[in-house]
Design a protein around this ligand. Structure first.
Ligand code: HEC
Ligand code: HEC
Length: 297
């Protein structure tokens, strides 16, 4: 081929098209060769420092001993160190003291880590009480200042730890069913009276019946209830069960009672016991978190 190369002395490959279009055989540009060697060197350095060559169940380690999981653990340890500062104090303080400590109560209500109030509440409480304590039908609102059992932060600790209702650590009697002892008319009259109370009216005839039929024993002369019995305040506009139709809701409660295990129609109001399930610190955090919904008193 070289014999009939019309461009002798040139380092072409002998491939020629259209009379003078030649393929030359030049070395690659210098900058390109340098980059090539640099990247090769980089690979070797990387392989020495970091894990690179896969084996069957493992891989080469690299002299830095770096691993992804190691880096994650280091990061976690750093976060733990910051948390530890708060967590160690929480375990030595009462819920009341924590609440009074702006830094700690802020940590509980605004943190988003695994131990923060929001996460604990979301995992354990929101199914019944709503994601922000707004409550739902038959499950009380925690974000208002109306409390069945008391809204002091230590009372809230007690409620969460021991539960409330027939299976609580200290079981509560609930409200008896009056269907067997009162006539439909009497039940209707009492329902009307208590709904009146919640609207600011206090009918004397109704009051007489309220006293005669024993309602006062638990709900008090003024109908405001007693926190020790969990006998809700009947005079406020916050209705515990089926709020939409107060009159028939009240009649139903009076007829079938609350937490009467033997009566399948009885209303249920059971706050589970969290004492064995959550740690004391978690319960304190939850109490502070619930209190800070805005309704604590
Ligand atoms: C299975 C449903 C359920 C779950 C889960 C639940 N609760 Fe309750 N909770 C109730 C019911 C029902 C009541 C009302 C008890 C009553 O009427 O006596 C209640 C009452 C309360 C009260 C008292 C309210 C008052 O007015 O005095 C607090 C505080 C409370 N819950 C906090 C919590 C917290 C915090 C959690 C999560 C650790 C939680 N609850 C989980 C059902 C639940
Ligand atoms: C042994 C105590 C007891 C007696 C007696 C009693 N109650 Fe109750 N009552 C309760 C308790 C406790 C609750 C609240 C249960 C809960 O929410 O956990 C309640 C709840 C109610 C409610 C529901 C309020 C709401 O927010 O939905 C009405 C209405 C009511 N009672 C009316 C009466 C009337 C009327 C009488 C008299 C016939 C009466 N109660 C007698 C303990 C009692």
């Amino acid at each position: 081929m070289a014999d009939n190369n019309p461009f002798p002395g040139e380092n072409n490959t002998g491939h020629i098209w259209d009379d003078d279009l030649r393929e030359l055989s030049n070395p690659p540009p210098r900058w390109w060769t340098i980059l090539w060697w640099v990247s090769l060197a980089w690979c070797v350095v990387y392989g020495v420092l970091y894990p690179m060559i896969p084996f069957v169940t493992d891989s080469s380690k690299g002299i830095l001993n770096w691993t992804q999981i190691g880096e994650y653990k280091e990061g976690l340890a750093e976060v733990e160190k910051i948390r530890e500062k708060y967590e160690s104090r929480i375990s030595t303080m009462s819920a009341k003291e924590i609440l009074a400590d702006a830094e700690l109560s802020n940590y509980i209500s605004h943190g988003d880590g695994a131990g923060a109030g929001k996460v604990l509440f979301g995992d354990n409480c929101s199914a019944c009480h709503g994601s922000a304590g707004q409550g739902m039908s038959n499950f009380p609102v925690l974000a208002d200042d109306d409390w069945i059992w008391g809204g002091g932060v230590e009372k809230i600790v007690e409620t969460i730890t021991n539960g409330r209702g027939p299976k609580a650590v200290v079981p509560s009697p609930g409200m008896p069913a009056h269907g067997a002892t009162l006539s439909t008319k009497e039940i209707g009259g009492l329902a009307k009276y208590v709904v009146g109370l919640s609207e600011g009216k206090d009918d004397p005839n109704g009051k007489k019946m309220f006293m005669e039929k024993g309602c006062v024993g638990c709900h008090g002369m003024d109908g405001k209830g007693m926190a020790v019995l969990g006998s809700v305040n009947l005079t406020d506009a916050i209705w515990r069960f089926d709020a939409a139709d107060r009159l028939s809701s009240a009649a139903y409660t009076i007829q079938h009672g609350v937490n009467q295990m033997a009566n399948p129609k009885s209303r249920e109001a059971e706050m589970p016991t969290f004492g064995g399930r959550l740690s004391a610190d978690e319960i304190k955090k939850l109490a502070v978190y619930v209190y800070k919904f805005g309704g604590g008193n």
